[in-house]
Design a protein around this ligand. Structure first.
Ligand SMILES: *Cc1c(COP(=O)(O)O)cnc(C)c1O
Length: 388
């Protein structure tokens, strides 16, 4: 048994298993072309799916708001940090997704912890997909509710779990788009099961919001589903919206409950108001500029056709997340390094972010990529990982 801290040894051991993580320094804004540690690369690994992180209108909104409101919010939302840009953004988000209310959180991680712990606790039950994002898992563990994890996407397994005698209030939790696989959850089945079992359903649409659906409203729009109980929607502003922060959207009473009880809402400083105003500018672009999404779908199709032609084993995903599972961590690190030599930045994703044996290149496409950049990536992938 370890009786003392030996960080150097634990770090070496981690390194020997090819699980050591190193941060790369980006010397430019997000975009198709970036400079990483001095190397010019075409980046295929950000979540800036629409290329809004460095959009001039978003940047200008940020600058103007900083001039007017300063930088820090100065306090939590309940003390004195809830400013007009936050309030306006909440109203616009609720209007956009079609719920009575929306509530801003400083990050998606905090939103998930906050909402789960405000609605369930000891004596209650949580049902979660095995591949859910870490923040949903951590929120569930923190809650002290009984946690049942079902195999990825297995609605029969979930139904069997739900058929057990009731052990308190029930919350179903799922990513809308699974962050490391890019596939969609069967939200229609989840919503039906939730309604049948008097459960609530928390959908984390971090990777669907802004991207999926004709209007960019996310996974629910894509699947033709409407908002309203049993659904609770969480989405982030740091991915397709290119900003920072997150929100929960639901009916009035649930949002008021979060304002009273969600500890990651109550006990933290509000987002900088300039971030909220930048997110409003992003949201306007999402609403007005459907061409960005169309461009993205053209590129996703191009990548999928090209990878199929080259015999690359890309997982079946219809979203901008197009993972190439290589299995072994060393193999993925080597592939990532070889891609970088060819001018492409694609981070290796390893356990515990993904299950052991499923290390992968998580390739993400953005509306700002050109078709030629996608073609060149495909050529490089064929060279680097084309054989088995
Ligand atoms: C990124 C992500 C989060 C966390 O959002 P942040 O705002 O980055 O904290 C939550 N859930 C999923 C599925 C994510 O991909």
């Amino acid at each position: 048994m370890t009786t003392h801290f030996d960080f150097p040894k634990a770090l070496l051991e981690r390194e020997s298993r090819q699980l050591y993580r190193r941060r790369r320094v980006l010397e430019t804004a997000q975009g198709a072309e970036v400079v990483v540690d001095g190397h010019a690369c075409v980046a295929f690994c950000s979540n800036d799916y629409l290329g809004l992180a460095n959009h001039p209108q978003v940047v200008t909104a940020f600058q103007n708001t900083a001039n007017q409101y300063g930088v820090g919010a100065g306090a939590s939302h309940l003390i004195s940090g809830h400013m007009s840009p936050h309030h306006a953004l909440e109203e616009e988000l609720a209007d956009f997704v079609g719920t009575e209310r929306a509530l801003l959180f400083s990050t998606g991680y905090m939103a998930n912890l906050g909402v789960i712990n405000a609605v369930v606790g000891r004596g209650d039950e949580i049902f979660a997909d095995k591949l859910n994002h870490a923040s949903l898992l951590d929120g569930a563990l923190l809650s002290a509710a009984r946690l049942w994890r079902y195999p990825h996407g297995d609605m029969d397994a979930l139904e069997r779990l739900l058929s057990r005698p009731l052990g308190g209030r029930r919350l179903l939790c799922s990513d809308g788009v699974f962050s490391m696989d890019g596939d969609l959850a069967p939200i229609d089945v989840l919503a039906t099961l939730a309604a049948k079992n008097k459960a609530r359903l928390l959908i984390d649409d971090a990777h669907g919001f802004g991207v999926l659906g004709e209007q960019g409203r996310g996974s629910l729009e894509q699947l033709g589903l409407s908002q309203g109980p049993p659904l609770i929607l969480m989405a982030t502003l740091g991915k397709a919206l290119g900003c920072f922060g997150a929100f929960v959207a639901a009916e009035e009473a649930l949002i008021e409950t979060l304002i009273q009880l969600a500890r990651t809402y109550v006990y933290t400083t509000a987002l900088p108001p300039a971030v909220a105003e930048a997110a409003r500018a992003s949201l306007r672009l999402v609403r007005q500029d459907a061409a960005r999404r169309e461009q993205l779908w053209v590129l996703v199709q191009r990548f999928r056709h090209g990878s199929a032609e080259l015999g690359l084993n890309v997982t079946p995903s219809t979203t901008p997340i197009q993972p190439l599972v290589l299995g072994d961590s060393q193999r993925v690190l080597d592939a990532s390094a070889a891609l970088e030599q060819r001018g492409f930045f694609v981070t290796a994703i390893r356990p515990p972010t993904v299950p052991v044996g499923s290390a992968r290149l998580r390739i993400t496409l953005s509306a700002v990529h050109t078709p030629e950049q996608v073609d060149r990536l495909l050529e490089a992938l064929a060279e680097v990982c084309g054989h088995g």
